[in-house]
Ligand binder design. Structure first.
Ligand code: P6P
Length: 280
């Protein structure tokens, strides 16, 4: 898997430059999920595909920006599901964005994931890699990614990242969120999944929620490219990830662009979600 992470590192350094100096305008294309693609989305996707084509262990790639899966190497062992530039619309207000990678074998169900990585393009460019544990790497002046530390979540945290339009929340979801804030948790939400989850991981824990809502009854975040990879990261960092009722990694998408309600966090906060959602 090292060769895949090395390819992600090369792609990340290239995408960083495109973000800093590239055209943040909209293309005339719309992706499978119905999002109008930014030129940055397309440029990032092309860079990642170029770098993955050099890795013979990658059998196929599934990108959020592509309609279908793409075969790269017939004899490869891994399938990579990725979101090349998540939250790209935040670039033009100069907020952090990210790339998300799920590394799968034999399929793209939750149980098929064997590794995950994400890149944060912020004041610094960092990569987090999850395999047996979760490690943070930072881009240094010489262009290399240097290992900084292993990431572990506390049993209980202090941050509450509350996704989705609040007027679409169920009454019990709003009750849960209000009770967590009443216990002194602080709101930390930028609208970028990668920096929002990265902050919870690095600040010791808390809860990120993107629930089912009246306008997104199946949630908004995509299982193969976003939710499974972060579920893998949080579980390897001694936290948890659920859809409100069960482990995210037990889910089996019927289509590569399927979405799910999702909750990522420290074990105590995830238990609060399970307890409240079990009543409904
Ligand atoms: P909302 C960005 O568009 C994204 O896909 C994720 O990065 C982020 O967590 C979510 O949508 C934000 O959605 O509805 O809270 O603005």
């Amino acid at each position: 898997m090292k060769e895949i992470i090395d390819a992600i590192s090369v792609a990340a350094a290239r995408i960083k430059k495109v973000i800093e100096f590239g055209d943040t305008g909209y293309s005339e294309h719309v992706n499978k999920t119905g999002d109008t693609q930014l030129k940055l989305d397309i440029a990032s996707d092309l860079i990642i595909e170029e770098e993955f084509k050099k890795v013979s262990s990658i059998k196929s790639i599934i990108s959020e920006e592509k309609e279908e899966s793409k075969l790269l190497h017939e004899n490869g062992s891994y399938i990579i599901g990725y979101d090349p530039l998540d939250g790209s619309s935040l670039v033009d207000v100069n907020l952090a964005v990210g790339s998300i990678f799920g590394i799968y074998k034999n399929g793209t169900e939750g149980s098929d994931i064997v590794g995950a990585a994400y890149v944060v393009y912020g004041p610094r460019t960092e990569i987090v890699v999850a395999k047996d544990d979760v490690r943070l790497y930072r881009l240094s002046e010489n262009g290399e990614f240097r290992e900084i530390k292993t990431i572990k979540l506390n049993r209980k945290g202090k941050l509450n990242a509350t996704g989705a339009t609040q007027k679409g929340w169920s009454a019990y979801h709003k009750k849960l969120i209000d009770e967590i804030f009443a216990d002194g948790y602080r709101l930390r939400y930028s609208g970028g999944m990668v920096p929002d989850l990265h902050q919870i991981l690095l600040k010791g824990g808390g809860l990120f929620s993107y629930p089912a809502t009246t306008d997104t009854p199946k949630g908004k975040l995509r299982l193969v490219f976003e939710v499974f990879p972060f579920a893998f990261v949080f579980e390897k960092a001694f936290g948890a990830a659920i859809d409100g009722k069960k482990r995210i990694l037990e889910l089996k998408p019927s289509h590569i662009h399927d979405t799910s309600p999702c909750f990522f966090g420290s074990n105590e906060e995830i238990k609060r979600v399970l307890d409240e959602y079990a009543k409904h």
